[in-house]
Ligand binder design. Structure first.
Ligand code: ZN
Length: 392
């Protein structure tokens, strides 16, 4: 669905709703995390300019995914669910309160759109690659980076094709390797998955969707060769974890330790358990993802390969339906495509990013790829977004 800022009354109404969502978030963050409203004249920190700084620079993207609403996160009634993001991360961040997603609100297609900078229209429940080159392909091709420098850790087996398109001059072998921790775990368990069901549950919306895996996904043998992790150590650590997102973060941290990729993309998904209708599980998912974001930020600071030269970007794929929309069922789904669930946020921290500042001018989720391109020095030629000037 497209919405224009000018034209029909519907568009005018939607614009007002989007502005009101963004303003509420802005006012909440000014009070609760003491962020100051930034001036559009201020650009990113000059600390990261220059060729040598750019070569060392790393970017980690976390999709705070599965869809969360403000009333369970960045609002007075939701703030107790996100203590790490609100009290530890937000004060160190540049925070964008008005990020618009005009695309399809399905997790795979929305995340694919984030990786290409184009609103993709692929079938959300099919194992197909994005129709446009991904950030990983631009990054590796233009900067001549090896495959070890770009990785995706994804929660759902349906994300197995997200690492690369099949576009001319890009495509197979030129993008990111995708690690599917659940796929690895079920392969490692070799059918003995007793007591692991809580880590293996996949795709809360369509449990029948189980794609055949093929292409650039990570194979079980690489646990040992790349992550320096024996199958038995992996299994015994997995048994200490409580959710798929914890498993993903464990793998991502292992990857940071062993490969130190310059471009790492982690998609979170626990909170999408909301589709089951259990509000308490949805909120528990948000609290866990909040904690994992805090742990990741600490791991970045503790790793000499990452500390001081890494920019962390955290953003949701989209929101969820409002309690008031008669077309939806509240927090449970993201069916209505209403404007509130399309007006999300993004938090940027670390290298080149100003601290304790927020911006309420509208940006789009497809601006992410060209923005990272400007940070790292590649151009996302087919993206429809544009670099966010406050970050580059
Ligand atoms: Zn969902």
């Amino acid at each position: 669905m497209q919405y224009e800022f000018k034209g029909t009354n519907v568009a005018g109404f939607e614009r007002e709703v989007a502005l009101s969502v963004s303003r509420s978030r802005r006012d909440f963050l000014r009070g609760a995390a003491h962020l100051a409203l930034g001036s559009a004249m201020i650009s990113a920190s000059p600390m990261v300019r220059g060729e040598s700084a750019r070569k060392k620079r790393k970017v980690i993207v976390v999709t705070f995914g599965g869809g969360a609403r403000d009333q369970e996160t960045f609002a007075p009634e939701g703030q107790h669910n996100i203590p790490h993001m609100l009290n530890e991360l937000a004060p160190q961040s540049t925070f964008f309160t008005h990020v618009t997603n005009q695309g399809i609100l399905g997790h795979y297609v929305a995340t694919a759109s984030l990786t290409t900078g184009v609103y993709e229209t692929l079938n959300n429940f099919s194992a197909v690659p994005p129709d446009h080159p991904t950030i990983f392909e631009y990054f590796r091709k233009e900067l001549r980076r090896p495959s070890s420098d770009a990785w995706v850790v994804a929660p759902s087996n349906g994300f197995n094709r997200i690492g690369e398109s099949d576009c001319k001059n890009f495509g197979p072998g030129t993008g990111a390797t995708v690690i599917l921790p659940k796929h690895l775990l079920s392969a490692a368990a070799r059918g003995g998955t007793a007591n692991l069901d809580h880590l293996l549950r996949d795709n809360y919306e369509s449990p029948l969707f189980t794609p055949t895996l093929s292409g650039g996904e990570f194979q079980i043998q690489q646990l040992e060769s790349i992550l320096r992790l024996s199958v038995s150590d992996f299994m015994s650590h997995a048994r200490t974890l409580s959710s798929p997102d914890e498993l993903s973060l464990y793998i991502a941290m292992r990857l940071m330790q062993e490969e130190a990729p310059s471009l790492l993309w982690i998609t979170m998904h626990d909170m999408d358990v909301a589709h089951s209708g259990a509000y308490s599980l949805y909120v528990e998912g948000i609290r866990r993802t909040d904690r994992l974001c805090g742990e990741l930020w600490k791991a970045i600071q503790a790793n000499p390969e990452y500390a001081g030269n890494t920019t962390l970007l955290i953003l949701p794929d989209f929101g969820r339906d409002s309690d008031l929309d008669p077309g939806g069922n509240g927090f449970q789904h993201h069916r209505t495509g209403d404007i509130a669930s399309r007006t999300t946020w993004m938090m940027a921290l670390g290298a080149g990013v100003k601290q304790s500042v927020l911006y309420d001018s509208p940006v789009q989720s497809i601006d992410l790829v060209p923005t990272i391109g400007a940070m790292l020095g590649f151009s996302a030629t087919q993206s429809n977004g544009k670099p966010i000037k406050e970050l580059v």
